[in-house]
Design a protein around this ligand. Structure first.
Ligand code: ZN
Length: 289
């Protein structure tokens, strides 16, 4: 049987022009999807994340400080109502992607700026941790969840929030020590900082091996590992394309629901925002195929 069309969560609220790539690129990815460049994909607007949901993953005082005092935004010198709206929408998109994947097997959200946010602080331009919210949403229906984080940077925020959760498996392949964390449970935690780019895909395989027991996969699909998108010299576009196909093939072979978030991908090494968006589209294509 052919796969049903892929539903991906996005609304124009996600996109804030002129801000960090984290919140500006989703609009371009959405335009490519609407043009049919990723195959049969539906875009759907999510419900905003609620304060109650945010308090499941963050300290109530941090949520209050962020929503009412604009705290976590002022710390990075960037407050605007559209930015807050964007973050509430893209965090909600992760929850709705989980619900869709539990019904139809797969989904995703054009969200990024998630994995550095800790229980009681924002970090690295991430204010709320949508990956953590997605994991808790999935655990309403399944026994174990894996978060595969293939962003260039480590998901120290996700570890801070879920590292002690006995039903959550974390696998993190980084090319950079920013926001690094140390596994505290050998069975549930995998962490590697890549030293030899030619071994990158082997490390991805090692990460997948540690997720064999999970019933649901959340994939943080960073493009900032790619040598021209802010990543590591020697990690080529071909490797990244193989990676996207491999993650999807892995989840399908195990018949487990799987979702993606966009994660990092930057113009630092001379790419245009459009080229960054085209890279992220590869994840959408792999999920849609
Ligand atoms: Zn990153």
């Amino acid at each position: 049987m052919p796969n049903p069309p892929l539903t991906v969560y996005y609304s124009p609220t996600y996109a804030v022009d002129g801000k960090m790539e984290t919140v500006s690129k989703s609009k371009l990815v959405a335009a490519l999807i609407e043009a049919g460049d990723a195959g049969e994909v539906w875009l759907e607007a999510p419900k905003l994340a609620t304060r109650q949901e945010l308090e499941l993953i963050h300290e109530a005082e941090y949520v209050r400080h962020t929503l009412e005092d604009k705290g976590a935004f002022l710390e990075v010198g960037a407050w605007s109502q559209p930015l807050l709206d964007s973050i509430l929408a893209s965090t909600g998109g992760m929850r709705d992607a989980v619900k869709e994947a539990l019904k139809n097997g797969r989904s995703g959200s054009l969200s990024s700026g998630l994995h550095h946010a800790r229980r009681n602080s924002g970090n690295g331009f991430c204010q709320f941790n949508g990956l953590a919210l997605a994991a808790l949403e999935a655990l309403k229906k399944v026994k174990t969840v894996g978060i595969l984080d293939l962003d260039a940077h480590a998901g120290g925020g996700t570890f801070d929030i879920l590292g002690n959760h006995p039903q959550v498996y974390l696998a993190d392949v980084t090319v950079n020590s920013f926001d690094s964390w140390e596994p505290s449970d050998r069975e549930r935690h995998f962490y590697v900082e890549v030293e030899q780019p030619k071994r990158y895909l082997e490390h991805v395989e090692e990460a997948l091996l540690t997720l064999e027991r999970v019933d649901f996969l959340i994939y943080n699909a960073g493009m900032d590992t790619y040598e021209k998108a802010g990543g590591m010299k020697g990690i080529t576009k071909e490797m990244i394309l193989k990676r996207e196909k491999r993650v999807v093939e892995w989840a399908r072979a195990r018949k487990i629901p799987h979702i993606f978030a966009l994660a990092g991908g930057y113009k630092w090494d001379g790419l245009t925002l459009q080229q960054v968006a085209e890279l992220h589209l590869e994840t959408v294509k792999a999920f849609a195929a």
